[in-house]
Design a protein around this ligand. Structure first.
Ligand SMILES: [Zn+2]
Length: 117
């Protein structure tokens, strides 16, 4: 069984397979949050549903600085770019090599024609 994690946007718990892991990339003055879709990067991670909805929620709640517990400036543009490229684009969903099962599930629902849930 996969562990559950909490989305920092909508605050709902979900299987980590459905959530995009993000980590801090250290080094510069400005800390950057980068996507870690393979769950390979070491260090403290935060999780987010890879949707613009949850990303917007996380931004409004200032969830990024809280999740990573950093006092200084924090940039999560790489995450936004990732979500918009990989998931914000409906036609690309399921066709890209996005490793997240979340997207594959969404694409399947699209193919089935019903999109109620
Ligand atoms: Zn969410």
């Amino acid at each position: 069984m996969r562990p559950e994690r909490t989305c920092i946007g909508c605050r709902k718990r979900d299987s980590s397979a459905n959530l995009l892991r993000m980590v801090l990339s250290a080094g510069d003055d400005v800390q950057r949050v980068v996507p870690d879709p393979d769950h390979r990067a070491p260090g403290r991670g935060a999780h987010l549903h890879p949707t613009t909805e949850c990303l917007d929620l996380a931004e409004r709640r200032k969830a990024f600085p809280r999740a990573f517990r950093v006092p200084g400036p924090l940039v999560w543009l790489p995450v936004r770019e990732y979500v918009e490229q990989c998931c914000g684009n409906e036609s690309a969903a399921g066709k890209s090599d996005c490793p997240l099962s979340f997207h594959r599930g969404r694409a399947r629902r699209h193919e089935g024609g019903s999109y109620d849930s």
